[in-house]
Write a protein of this length. Structure first.
Length: 227
């Protein structure tokens, strides 16, 4: 039985991609004197920025870029909005008895502030953020940490996210997955990592969950290698 829903935050619950991209561009321009390349933008999707930046730059540059980005982002965070239909979906899921949590690659303080600003924080029993695990998506560790806090076995959980890293993390955690394609999610990118279900509108999550629950025994997690 699926009774726990774990959610990605950015690109799934809230529309943050344009602001995140603008803040990244601002940080690069101020510190490096150039814009990020399309490949760099691509590599940042679904992963903690400090982790990726430390793969590319010296610690001094990382700290300066993050500082510039943070200033830009925080000055404009009131621009962040939920995707249409998501608040109503969360309320409907709660009424149906699902327990819910957030698993995000962003810092805890930002995740909590942004959820509170939209009146959504009360829907979630647990928030696993960037600083809560040493490894991050696509590692299963953040999802498993959320399941542990909820005292729920992985097979009782489904993870909803918009990026391949979300789906790969769910596979690695032995959880089912729903690819959210109403925001930043791209069919071309997530289809190749075999989500359990593809969903184009928030309200369709209800039907997807019903289908998953009724066919739960048919999923064996025998996915192709994601390396």
């Amino acid at each position: 039985m699926i009774d726990v829903i774990l959610w990605d935050l950015d690109g799934t619950i809230q529309d943050s991609e344009s602001l995140a991209k603008a803040s990244t561009r601002y940080g690069f321009e101020k510190v490096l004197g150039r814009e990020p390349t399309e490949d760099e933008y691509e590599q940042l999707l679904g992963r903690p920025l400090p982790v990726v930046y430390r793969e590319w730059f010296s610690e001094e540059l990382v700290e300066r870029i993050l500082m510039m980005m943070s200033e830009y982002y925080l000055d404009r965070k009131d621009q962040l909005v939920c995707y249409k239909g998501v608040p109503e979906l969360l309320a409907a899921l709660k009424l149906r008895g699902y327990r819910m949590g957030i698993v995000t690659s962003k810092r805890r303080v930002n995740a909590i502030d942004e959820l509170k600003a939209k009146g959504l924080d009360s829907w979630f029993e647990v928030i696993i953020a960037q600083e809560d695990t040493d490894l991050h998506k696509p590692s299963p560790d953040p999802l498993l940490a959320a399941a542990l806090q909820l005292n729920a076995a992985p097979e009782r959980c489904v993870y909803i996210g918009d990026q391949p890293t979300d789906i790969r993390a769910a596979h690695a955690a032995q959880m089912l997955s729903i690819a959210a394609l109403w925001g930043e999610g791209s069919l071309d990118r997530v289809e190749s990592v075999y989500p359990t279900r593809l969903v184009y509108k928030p309200n369709d999550i209800l039907n997807a969950l019903a289908e998953i629950s009724s066919n739960r025994d048919s999923f064996d997690h025998s996915y192709p290698s994601m390396k």
